[in-house]
Write a protein that binds this ligand. Sequence first.
Ligand code: SAH
Length: 233
Amino acid sequence: MTNVDPQELAKFSELAHRWWDTESEFRPLHQINPLRLDWIDQHAKLKGTRVLDVGCGGGILSDSMALRGASVLGIDLASKPLKVAQLHALEAGTENVTYREVAAEALAAEAPASFDTVTCMEMLEHVPDPSSIVQACATLVKPGGWVFFSTINRNAKAFLFAIVGAEHVLQLLPKGTHEYARFIRPSKLAQWCRNAGLELTDTRGMEYNPLTKRYWFSGDTSVNYLIACRRPA
Ligand code: SAH
């Protein structure tokens, strides 16, 4: 297996025990979760569907999609976050969510066209070859199904906001969480999606106000953004 950076996995494993602490380093993920969950649910109508969450970490999104009535499989390559995710599901009594340590590419070979929806949030910017993950997601989703990605744009403003601002000034995230060289322009992500046979349906920007400490969706994709795609039926 080559499409993984062990240092990236180590970063998330080290902090894994704090994943469900809403005041920890994972606070931003807890804060953005209701926004992205509603957006995904509006498009894909989660209730009663089969969903795959790629790079699920401690399971913040996976768990919330299961609570909306989907049957969710969360996958990641970092064992500690996966254990935390499993433990959280047990403690919270969340049904219909399971977790597995498997690469997206390996699962795509094992179970193509198996999921109504595939989500892959805040993960592509941690992988050596993100286009291979995009291709795997496109293979894993059923014809007519939805694929959602979120990541960070690549430009001077994204560097200033996502690294200088979030890690150094506001200290919302630990220093070294993100590496500028791995940031992805929306046009690049769109190209990978099209190459994988996905059709782009929706793009959203996500903004943060450090004074009110609130996030919201907007048309401004210059820093954080999300895209929704469909595999043609
Ligand atoms: N998607 C979750 C977690 C984001 S944190 C959320 O948005 O709430 C990024 C996650 O990507 C971490 O859990 C990390 O272990 C995982 N990750 C990094 N490289 C990976 C890879 N190559 N394959 C699978 N998961 C990976």
